[in-house]
Design a protein. Sequence first.
Length: 231
Amino acid sequence: MIRVDFSVPGEFEDIPIGVDFETAWSELNRRCARAPMTGEPDREKLREMARTLHQVSRLLKEVGVVYAADCLHSFQGEPSLGSLAVAVVDFPYGNDPAIAARGTLRGVLESRGPEWAGSVVDTQCGPAAVFTGSQSYTLPPVFSPSSEPVEVLTAQFHAMIPIPAGSDEDGRRMCLIAFSTPNLTHWDTCYAPMMASVLRSLRFTRDSPGDTRNDVAPPRISGETSRAKPA
């Protein structure tokens, strides 16, 4: 059984994966209770947000995400937001992780265009294809302060790492790390060091020396102090 271990900065808070609506509703209310409010929250808006969280939570599980988190903190006197996801997906790459990483790098860069850049880097887990770029999303009205759809440009970091094969099998899995932030000016000094630290901390282990099953065990996540100051 494959286990994915890594460290995350202390600012990040887990996003529930694969939960029912009641759990999503409880999680949303727990977070809202900690936030400063100037009046009674709009219960219908909260319910719509809970429905969205429920849908996102179920989707994360369906696409192989083993860990998801977000952070809302203060950086250089400004509010700053980031989202992180780690997934393990089927990807039969053969028996050479280095070739798989180079092929992944080429394929992704060709599909995303000149605004994206990337390279293959060496990690403790082997070669990783790492990409950075930007992408726009439409913020739905329920999450918008103006109650109108808003186009949001985000800075993106993606890393794709072939999971080393067992002694008697070809490589069959790929680990994906994905991060995004709408605070583009915070990327270089805040989030780039964070993501480099997460990537350096990544480890793949098996439950026993002879275990070659393709199951994915729940990840072991350890916290650490990041370079950004919490609010």
